[in-house]
Design a protein around this ligand. Structure first.
Ligand code: GAL
Length: 344
């Protein structure tokens, strides 16, 4: 997405959010113009990746479509009322980034009662819930693949550069910075990144882990503690996302530790700030979470559903699993190809 379009779409989000914050009622669906109305609710607008994904989505909106975006501010109850409100406001389809992926009942019940299809995205509900109605779908990515790719990036660096093993003991001392407990991406990235490192022949020694909830400031605090506890022994930081990898970098920079003494730090997402850190050789690599692709898949599916079509109408462009899931692939990013992603 070009920079100009990014600014425009960000402006659109601001207008929508300001309208919501100031309590302006969104217009009822205009039956005369026949505009399709899509509602979106995001678990937390301050999450860097989610705000960029939302920007991409809003940037796709055409003239005959209207979109309202709500911020659930990390409250499932708030999100439940937002869904009910969007139904009352005449939304033809609603895209839900669940706050609590294990608690979609109120959303599903309201949607079903009013026959409004739901496209869940990014925070994957459990299979037992998605099969509860035939108009429930999911758009996201393959969480295990992102963990595998992060492990591959780290393994390639450890094998190529002997200097990663700073103390030369033949083991890579590492910590993991984990996203929210129970989030499918946090669970799979943590497990698969380490498993992949091992399967690639890198011998590892786990010093610890910390849950930092996808958050840069929380990650910085945790890494300050790791620096105190392990100092120079820490050789690798596997973060479940870029914001937490950036928090680790902040901790090393604030401690005034020279770049050559930092552990190798990896993230996932390829947010603008994450890519810049790869370009500047502060982060050793990231895994691109295809926000443009996910936003487009959500948008296309939402339009099809709003017009009474079927997810199968997208089968020539996407792999559809179980008639419900659209998953976009991830991509590995290092300093060698980061410019291709910075210009997206
Ligand atoms: C993940 C992403 C995280 C965070 C999370 C929110 O896919 O990597 O940075 O945005 O989604 O659910």
């Amino acid at each position: 997405m070009g920079r100009k379009r990014k600014i425009l779409s960000f402006g659109m989000i601001c207008i929508l959010l300001i309208a919501l914050l100031t309590g302006c009622e969104a217009k009822k669906q205009d039956v005369t113009t026949g505009k399709i109305k899509i509602g979106v609710t995001v678990y937390d607008q301050y999450d860097t990746f989610m705000s960029q994904l939302t920007e991409c989505f809003v940037g796709l909106v055409e003239d005959d479509v209207e979109v309202v975006v709500y911020n659930a501010s990390q409250s499932q109850q708030t999100q439940n009322s937002q869904v009910r409100k969007m139904i009352e406001e005449g939304c033809n389809v609603i895209c839900v980034n669940l706050v609590d992926r294990t608690d979609p009942t109120a959303v599903i019940d309201a949607a079903r009662k009013n026959d409004v299809p739901i496209v869940f995205f990014n925070r994957e509900l459990v299979e037992g819930d998605i099969v509860r109605w035939d108009k429930l779908f999911y758009v996201g990515a393959d969480a295990a693949q992102s963990g595998r790719m992060e492990g591959e990036l780290a393994a390639a660096k450890c094998r190529r550069e002997k200097s990663v093993d700073k103390n030369g003991d033949g083991l890579i001392q590492y910590v993991v910075l984990e996203g929210e407990a129970g989030h499918q991406d946090a669970v799979m990235r943590t497990e698969m990144s380490v498993e992949t490192l091992r399967s690639k022949g890198v011998e590892v020694d786990k010093l610890g882990y910390a849950i930092a909830n996808w958050n840069r400031a929380q990650a910085q605090t945790k890494v300050v503690q790791f620096i105190e506890d392990y100092g120079d022994d820490l050789e690798l930081i596997l973060a479940n996302n870029d914001d937490m990898a950036l928090g680790a970098i902040d901790a090393y920079e604030a401690a005034g530790i020279d770049r050559e003494k930092w552990p190798a730090i990896f993230g996932v997402d390829g947010t603008d700030v994450g890519l810049e850190a790869v370009r500047d050789d502060k982060m050793c690599g990231t895994v691109y979470n295809d926000k443009e692709g996910q936003a487009l898949a959500m948008y296309r599916l939402a339009l099809i559903l709003a017009k009474g079509g079927s997810i199968e109408d997208l089968s020539s462009d996407y792999e559809i699993t179980g008639g419900k899931y659209l998953r976009l692939p991830y991509w590995k990013v290092t300093i060698d190809n980061v410019h291709d992603y910075l210009s997206k």
